[in-house]
Design a protein around this ligand. Structure first.
Ligand code: NAD
Length: 424
């Protein structure tokens, strides 16, 4: 097989490619479909100039990658992080294609990003950069073409600026251009918490499947306390379990009796990070991942569970809230160990795109649903997908990741064959 060239060189891209190749082989995927799906349909690289607060101008690289739109418009988040490059964004776009197909959404896979550390920007700089990036990609995206959403380093406010810039450039309000925006401008109730909520719904299914007792002794550890990690923490505590450790980019905190969600949130509002949080002991990120617990939720970046950490894990369930948190080597070690139940990223974090899809549908119809209805529909889709993947994996004697990928890829492949080849 011909190797892909250097522009794709990125650990996450290698991880996602290797997983795709293994699943494609098991599916005996048609060669033409394989070569089309292993790379994105389209990729746009832009340079984004914006004014710093001191009046000088800075230029940063930006990307929007559209992997596949056989099942519907491209859909995927927008990431602001120093490691963002073409390979990483392409890998994340590909994961989005499998994810949307797995949970039966009429959407394809995309991703965008800017190579920047947003924590070093003022609010004004963040806004100017976001607006200029949107202007640079304005002809590449669209409510029927490609719909961005939040990812690492971006949030509701960033989505509001994307929506406003896109609307200003078209001359009228177009809320359906992004999802994950504030409710007041057409966002959906429940979208902010949807990814974390979906992770917890999957964990509850796994707990039932594995016959684990769910009570105040059930210990949960979470890496990353951003949009996804904090929503998962809140819901896990509400479900009666105790979250004994959480971390963010500044390090981790640990309290064997359980951490208080409201106090942690209030501390972060004031101090920006968890560093120095008084009601817990400080703990290194690596130690946190290896704590004895029933549920471990990596909700930060990719490749945080390395081979070395995989050997030391002491969890029963590993729920991948982040995209690609487990390295390829670590994945093999975990499979060989056989004592950890992995809920793979494409399934575990699909709640975000499921409720993003609801938001897009509500915007297109100008008809908004109640939060209870949204959460119930999310639960129906994600717990149904969990059971499908679980049963398929048992039937095929494969792990949950392979099962989820095979189901997603198979659906896209069948749709491609049904639509046929253009121009023939
Ligand atoms: P976020 O920017 O809101 O939060 C990221 C968190 O991780 C922060 O608390 C940050 O301090 C922490 N962090 C960063 N590097 C770390 C490290 N090395 N060790 C420990 N903590 C670290 O991002 P998010 O939106 O919560 O996304 C987190 C993950 O979930 C990403 O992999 C993202 O792709 C995935 N995801 C997000 C969504 C969504 O709706 N936001 C949907 C699906 C998947």
């Amino acid at each position: 097989m011909k190797k892909l060239t250097a522009e794709w060189d990125n650990p996450l891209f290698t991880q996602v490619q290797t997983q795709f190749e293994a699943a494609a082989q098991k599916l005996s995927l048609d060669d033409n479909i394989f070569y089309r799906l292993r790379v994105p349909d389209k990729a746009l690289m832009v340079s984004v100039p914006f004014r710093n607060d001191d009046g000088s101008i800075r230029v940063v690289p930006g990307y929007r990658v559209q992997h596949n739109d056989t099942l519907g418009p491209y859909k995927g988040g927008l990431r602001y992080h120093p490691n963002v490059n073409l390979g990483e964004v392409s890998a994340l776009a590909m994961l989005m294609t499998w994810k949307c197909a797995l949970v039966n959404l009429p959407l394809g896979g995309a991703k965008g990003g800017i190579q920047i550390d947003p924590s070093l920007l003022s609010r004004g700089e963040l806004q100017r950069m976001t607006r200029r990036y949107t202007a640079e990609i304005v002809n590449f995206i669209g409510p029927e073409v490609d719909i961005p959403a939040p990812d690492m380093g971006t949030n509701e406010q960033v989505m509001a600026w994307v929506m406003d810039t896109y609307s200003q450039l078209h001359g009228y309000a177009i809320p359906e251009i992004v999802t994950g925006k504030p409710v007041i401008i057409g966002g959906s109730l429940g979208r902010k918490e949807a990814t974390g909520r979906g992770v917890v719904y999957c964990i509850m299914e796994a707990i039932k499947t594995l016959n684990i007792n769910l009570d105040h002794k059930t210990r949960v550890v979470i890496q990353g306390f951003g949009n996804v990690g904090s929503a998962a923490a809140k819901k896990m505590i509400k479900s009666g379990t105790k979250v004994i450790a959480v971390s963010d980019v500044s390090g981790g905190i640990y309290n064997a009796d359980g951490l208080d969600y409201g106090n942690m949130r209030a501390y972060i509002e004031k101090n920006r990070t968890l560093e120095g949080y008084p009601e817990a002991d400080a703990i290194k990120n690596e130690e946190l991942l290896c704590l004895e617990c029933e549920v471990l939720i990596p909700a930060a970046t990719e490749d945080t569970i390395t081979a070395d950490i995989a050997r030391k894990l002491k969890c029963r369930i590993l729920a991948e809230a982040a995209n690609g948190p487990t390295s390829l080597e670590a994945d093999v070690i975990i499979q060989d160990r056989g004592d950890i139940y992995v809920i793979p990223d494409v399934l575990a974090n699909a709640g975000g795109v499921i409720v993003s899809y609801f938001e897009w549908v509500q915007d297109l119809q100008n008809l908004f649903w109640k939060e209870k209805e949204i959460n119930h529909r999310l639960w129906e889709i994600i717990s149904g997908a969990f059971q499908t993947v679980h049963e398929f994996s048992i039937d095929q004697k494969i792990d949950m990741r392979m099962g989820a990928l095979m189901l997603g890829i198979q659906k896209v492949s069948q749709a491609m064959l049904t639509r046929g080849f253009y121009p023939g």
